[in-house]
Design a binder for this molecule. Sequence first.
Ligand code: CAA
Length: 259
Amino acid sequence: MAYEMIEVRTEAGKVGIVTLNRPKQMNALNNQLMDEMGAALKAFDADEAIGCMIVTGSEKAFAAGADIGAMATYSFADVYKGDYITRNWETIRSIRKPVIAAVSGFALGGGCELAMMCDFIIAADNARFGQPEIKLGIIPGAGGTQRLPRAVGKAKAMDLALTGRMMNADEAERGGLVSRVVPLDKLMEEALGAALMICDYSQIAVMAAKESINRSFESGLSDGVMFERRIFHALFATTDQKEGMDAFVNKRKAQFKHQ
Ligand code: CAA
């Protein structure tokens, strides 16, 4: 598939990188871009050689939200019948290998929501996060009212969604939205370092860890722990568990085969 609104590349043959590429619109998200990103991530997910993915934008903007120009004339019938957002914006949620968001500049509205749909966020020190939809007469519509409170708690989520203010990278890290903040010029190095580290672990264990943590948002504690325990037990059937533990016992580096 030829892409017009994203750039796709691999690093070290094992990390798939998707770069949002609508610089004039600050990477505003529209259906074509979301279709392209979904297709690229699915292709990486299906590629045996790829162990981890990174979604990133430009220095100025990860993504400044849904494309307001495209949305401005939509009617209720358009968005309801067309299943706006639901139809194609959440493909990323079906990706089973880890996806890291490397965020610099603005991550607003749908941009913040996209970052939250990734597995974790590494932010540059110039990153700004917010859900400013209230200023447009709407509310966050790509999961912001659900994922933001889970990430930063009710107080900050309400503050951000009701005032439309932005938070900087330090506040986002303090609040628990981002896992690390690094200088802007180190962003991709840091994200790539994390991705390569993940690629070297057992892909089965990595996918299982992602699946189990995601389950914690969908279930009560007892059911979640039971889910975890069953997967934990199942991992003892893998070659990689034998390799990882044998390597530790014999003081050598594990060579996982993803089996
Ligand atoms: N959609 C379409 N175009 C956008 C855009 C968006 N979300 N955000 C920025 N742009 C465009 C601007 O229109 C402008 O284009 P022109 O040069 O053709 O005028 C260009 O990007 C640069 O923007 P600014 O001149 O405004 O740059 P700035 O540095 O002064 O401000 C900004 C940057 C704070 C990000 C500002 O552009 C802004 O507030 N953007 C809108 C943010 C927003 O409201 N996002 C939420 C969208 S709704 C949503 O996402 C719904 C949902 O939950 C799914």
